[in-house]
Each structure stands twice: as C-alpha cells, then as structure tokens.
Design a protein around this ligand. Structure first.
Ligand code: NAD
Length: 491
C-alpha cells in the first residue's frame, strides 16, 4: 500500500489524485532526508508523465461540479481548512523542520503565513465580484463577471514547502478552478499532510491533486494541453524556461525566480537596530530565502560600524538541529547544496574578497552527518565578484561600500535580479528617493525581510520574475479568473 506520510518507510509516498492516495507508476524514487541527521525520512516517487496526465484528468473531471458549487460553499471548505491548519500548526511545523531543517519557530511562522493565504481566500464571495454599469448606451447594461478557467498547476521550491503552495492553490480552488500541485521533491512530506487536511475539510475529490516528482513531472505539467495556467516558483533560469515554454502552449504563467537582495545602510541609521534586522535577514532560514539579505551596502562611514556588528552577530550564531531550542541556525537542505555554498566561498576568496568569517568547515558534534554551512562574512566585495552578484542561497553575506545613494542604486541596478531590497535611514527624504528609484518590487524601509502579507502581491521584477500577475493579493484573483463582459438590452 502506498503511504501518505506518517511512519518512516522504504516505500515511496503516494500521489493524491481524485481524492485517493495512489502509487506513482514511475519506478524511480529519491530519499527525503532530515538535513540535520541525514536520516532517510521517506522516499518520494519520481512520477511519470502518465501520472501527471492521470492527475490532470481527475482535475478536469472535478471542474464542472466544483465550478457550480456556490462561492460561499467553496469558502466554507477553506474556513474548515483554516481551522484544521490552526489545530495542527505545531505538528506541521515540527514535520517541516525535520524535512527542511529550518528552526521550528521559522517553520511555525511559515505555516502561519500559509494560513493567512487560506484566510484571505475565504473572502472569495466578495473578492470575486464583478462590476456593472447600467445604461452604457440608452437601455443597454454592461456587466463584467469573473469566471474560473479549468485546471491550474503549481510547481514549487523546497525553501517554503508549506507557504508557497498556499500562495496559489487556495485561490485557484476558491475561484472555482481545480489544481495539480507538484511540490519540491526535496521536502514534500508536510504538504502531503495539508492535502489530507484539505480533503478532511471537505474539498471534493479531484479539486486538489498532488503529483510528486522532479523535472520529468514538471515538464509534463508545463506541456500538458489541458492545463490552462501555471504558477512556478524556483531558480531564475528554470523560471524563465517554464515561462517561455508554458506560454508557448497558450497557458497563463506566473514564474517567480531567484534573488540577490541588497540592504543599504546610511550613516544616519540606528546601527544597532539596523544590524539586528540585517543579521536576521541574512541568516534566517540559513539564508535559504528569496527575501534573504545577501549584500550589505553601507554608505561611507556606516561601513565600519556595520561590519563590526554584522561580524560579531554572525560569529555568535549557534548551529544545530531546528528542533533544539538553543539553535539559532539550522542546516541547509542537502550536502549537495552545502558543497555549492562552499564553492561560492572558494570563489570569493579567489576573486579577492576578504574572508572575515569562514563557514566552510562548520560542524555540529552531536549531528556529525548534518548538512552544515556556517555563517560567512566577506569584506570588500565588488558587485562583479560571484559572491557580490550571484544568488548563493546560503548563510553568506557580502559587505560592500558605496559613496552615495546614487552609487548604491547603481549597484542594485547592475544586478540581474530585482526581488527585494531594504534601506536603513532616519531620513524620510532619502527613503522616498530610494523607494522611487530602486526599481525593485519589494522594498523595506528600516525593515529587513519584506514579505508582503497575503492580501498584498508577492513577487519580484527583472530576473526575479517572469509574468505580470504576482502571487497572493488581488493578483491571485486576477490570475485564476477570466473577466468576461456581458452587454444586454431587454426592449
Ligand atoms: P529549483 O528551481 O531547483 O526547483 C523548483 C521547482 O522546479 C521544483 O519543484 C523542481 O522539481 C522543479 N524543476 C526542476 N527542474 C525543472 C525544469 N527544468 N522545469 C520545470 N521545473 C523544474 O529551486 P529550489 O532549489 O527548489 O528553490 C530555490 C530557488 O527558488 C531559489 O533560486 C530561490 O530564490 C527561489 N525562490 C524564489 C521565490 C520568489 O518568491 N521569487 C520564493 C522561494 C524560492
């Protein structure tokens, strides 16, 4: 029997298709490991295109009845799901920490952010309303209504395995569509439980389907003729490919990519508060966040005080298992990713940046097999160096100096990405100028990780985002519905 998740087993976990837990037909599978211990928690199947097709068929069959279900009733299912998520928040967070590694407070914060999206989608009866105007011409009325489109799909990354799928599927189903989710193959277990909770909440069979796998399953989704739209989140090169390939077959696409986020500190900032925020932006979730701060751009005399504080704070962090209350920073997702981070640090040294704190040899004696990457601080970084310009996605910070706001903006604009940025200053004028000219989609003023709440759009610009409608907020309603206009007269 395929298993949903709970007990550790050698058998791959199941796909969730048409309301049933079904074994994938693909024969390959990968281990899902606790990154602190390297222990295999479960195996994840690498589903074939036939598995994807089966899920899409289930979603297509479920669509007509779900679409006809009144919006208030669809919302009630989500209200019940919200209650179940609240009831299980602690065990979902622990589960996530085991498979992802982030500390349990971060996991709980993530589940909370996911729940907020479910809460927002509960407002669908008003969110989905259209508009009308009587007498657009004499005796003629015009109304615009929103209608669902059919089967949507989501392909999501490993770093927020609960929240990111919840940026999409609650809105898709609230608006009357059905959905196929392919979670990350690296940590698919917690969302597996959420699919079961959605079913327990009364979501009818086939409305939400989960297909596990890697690129093969993702490609089958991208190319499937019966999928009308795709929400993708992952690294930029793949986001761009998915955007182009899915759009070529006529799909709607929102593809969120990678990031390199700059945090600009002015000499008039409160250095203690700025460095506290900057440190948690850099090292929270072990740097595996698309909103992670990774370059601190200090203006003139802000450089030395910020360097001193960032270095002291970084050196003080305790690595460990995310369930241990003394841990400040958990492991990274895999040994492969830890090795990639080490290679970036090697490149930084080769390119002439000064290594003030070296995380390459990090270890935790009680977890000798963990995938550790220690806090790393580079001084005198140039934007042209790999550590100054590329996404590392680990606990590595680059310190850079700029002479003015102008020069800081030049550094930001020269970078390929445009996800998030922050400024630390006590000058409203400087902050306004920064906000006006940064050209970045998520901007923090004296705030580090600028994560828009569920009722605001989430997504970047330039190489961090391909598409136009972002995740969450009203953009989600726009993305998952078509606006149709009816013009009528009764003479
Ligand atoms: P990834 O790009 O390796 O994988 C993301 C998803 O794409 C996974 O489900 C994976 O199985 C699938 N995939 C892999 N190859 C594919 C292909 N060729 N075609 C289609 N799908 C494919 O990303 P990751 O390592 O899981 O996540 C980290 C990345 O995600 C970072 O770059 C991070 O910045 C980014 N991210 C961005 C945001 C955002 O809001 N912009 C949020 C979270 C993460």
């Amino acid at each position: 029997m395929p298993s949903m998740t709970s007990a550790a087993t050698d058998e791959p976990i199941a796909n969730f298709i048409g309301g049933e837990w079904l074994a994938a037909t693909g024969t390959d599978s990968l281990p899902v490991k606790d990154p602190s211990t390297d222990e295999v928690l479960h195996r994840v199947p690498l589903s074939s295109s036939a598995d994807v097709d089966r899920a899409v068929r289930a979603a297509r069959e479920a669509f007509p009845a779900w679409r006809e279900t009144p919006a208030v009733e669809r919302a009630r299912v989500l209200f019940r799901l919200k209650a179940l998520l609240e009831r299980h928040i602690d065990d979902l967070a622990e589960n996530m920490t085991r498979e992802h590694g982030k500390i349990v407070a971060e996991s709980k914060g993530e589940v909370r952010r996911g729940i907020e999206n479910v809460e927002h989608a509960c407002g669908i009866p008003t969110l989905m309303m259209g508009t009308t105007l009587e007498d657009v011409a004499s005796g003629i009325d015009c109304e615009s209504i929103r209608q669902p489109l059919g089967v949507f799909a989501g392909i999501t990354p490993y770093n927020f395995p609960v929240m990111i799928p919840l940026w999409f599927w609650p809105y898709a189903v609230a608006t009357g569509n059905t959905f196929v989710l392919k979670p990350s193959e690296q940590d698919p277990l917690t969302h597996q439980r959420i699919a079961q909770l959605a079913s327990d909440a009364g979501l009818p069979p086939g409305v939400l389907n989960v297909v596990h796998g890697d690129r093969t399953a993702a490609d089958a989704i991208v190319d499937h003729p019966d999928i009308v739209g795709i929400s993708f989140v992952g690294s930029s090169d793949i986001a761009r490919t998915v955007y182009a390939r899915a759009a070529a077959s006529g799909k709607r696409v929102q593809a969120l990519g990678g990031a390199k986020n700059h945090m600009v500190v002015f000499p008039d900032a409160d250095y203690d508060r700025a460095s506290e925020t900057v440190l948690s932006s850099i090292f929270g979730s072990t740097g595996q966040r698309c909103l992670a701060g990774s370059v601190v751009v200090s203006i003139d005399e802000a450089y030395e005080p910020m360097r001193e504080r960032v270095l002291a704070g970084a050196a003080d962090l305790t690595l460990g298992h995310g369930l241990d209350p003394d841990t400040d920073m958990g492991p990274v997702i895999s040994e492969r990713h830890a090795a990639r981070i080490r290679r970036f640090i090697d490149r930084g040294v080769q390119e002439g940046a000064k290594l003030l704190l070296d995380g390459r040899d990090a270890s935790v004696p009680s977890y000798p097999k963990g995938h550790w990457a220690g806090p790393t601080v580079f001084d005198n970084v140039e934007p042209t160096m790999a550590v100054g310009g590329e996404e590392i996605f680990g606990p590595v910070v680059s310190l850079t100096r700029a002479a003015s706001l102008e020069q800081a903006l030049d550094i930001i604009h020269a970078n390929r990405y445009g996800n998030a940025t922050s400024i630390f200053t006590t000058s409203g004028k400087t902050a306004r100028e920064f906000r006006y000219r940064a050209g970045i989609s998520m901007i923090g003023v004296n705030i580090g990780v600028v994560a828009p709440m569920a009722f605001f759009p989430f997504g970047g610009s330039r190489g961090s985002f391909y598409g136009d409608l972002k995740a969450q907020g009203h953009d989600a309603i726009e993305f998952f519905t078509d606006k149709r206009v009816v013009i009528s007269t009764w003479r």
